[in-house]
Design a binder for this molecule. Structure first.
Ligand SMILES: [Zn+2]
Length: 226
């Protein structure tokens, strides 16, 4: 019991701390947000309670007593990207710079959830762009992946959204995004071979018009690939 409480507290902290950072500057605002969050959690918990009934479980047995609330808080954490603005995130970190070669951040860990089954898919994202007078803080590229990944997604759309927001905010000479991911809805249900990896790509500008640029990008993300 003691340990359960600790886990629940951890999830609660995960769910509320980033929330405060992103939306609230003062305590009054924070109290209001927390009241809203509590009512969202209450509604979601009721739904999870129904889900437990539906699968033939007894939501009143000891091990499941706090499950509806825990699931709800975990879900809020895993979908916190809905409450974050990727445009704002990038815009705040743009710098003027004359560097005009490819910038690549590869092997960005990615955890998302498929919108068809609410099951996880996870893997790596590789994000590249060729600046045209403006660069962005490197960590922000990984953060943008995270913001879009922490929503209900299909891998194809996720890949394009990352490309589009970088193209829009930086107006670079081109953007390339490749995502490689395993989908639990395929692996667990045995629809495909268990180790199958889905690869998607989205490109713009010189990554589309120049084969040598595209080849360089693909060669760089294959280097030291695990
Ligand atoms: Zn799925």
């Amino acid at each position: 019991m003691k340990q359960e409480k600790t886990l629940s507290d951890t999830l609660e902290n995960n769910a509320t701390v980033p929330y405060r950072k992103s939306l609230c500057d003062d305590d009054e605002c924070f109290e209001e947000e927390r009241a809203n969050e509590d009512s969202v959690i209450a509604n979601m918990s009721e739904a999870v309670h129904g889900l437990l009934h539906g699968i033939g479980e007894d939501p009143k047995r000891e091990g499941l007593l706090k499950t509806p609330e825990r699931v709800s808080r975990a879900m809020r954490f895993l979908t916190k990207g809905y409450r974050q603005d990727p445009r704002e995130l990038l815009t705040k970190a743009v710098f003027t710079e004359t560097y005009d070669e490819m910038v690549l951040v590869k092997d960005i860990d990615l955890f998302s959830m498929c919108e068809h089954h609410l099951l996880p898919f996870f893997g790596k994202a590789h994000v590249a762009y060729i600046p045209d007078g403006k660069i962005v803080g490197l960590s922000k590229l990984a953060r943008v992946v995270e913001v879009y990944a922490r929503r209900l997604q299909v891998q194809e759309r996720l890949t394009q959204q990352i490309r589009d927001i970088i193209q829009e905010v930086l107006s670079p000479r081109g953007v390339g995004v490749v995502i490689e991911a395993k989908h639990m809805c395929m692996v667990m249900r045995g629809v495909e071979k268990q180790n199958s990896v889905t690869t998607t790509s989205a490109m713009s500008g010189e990554f589309l018009s120049s084969q040598s640029t595209r080849n360089e990008f693909l060669r760089l993300i294959r280097m030291n690939a695990s």
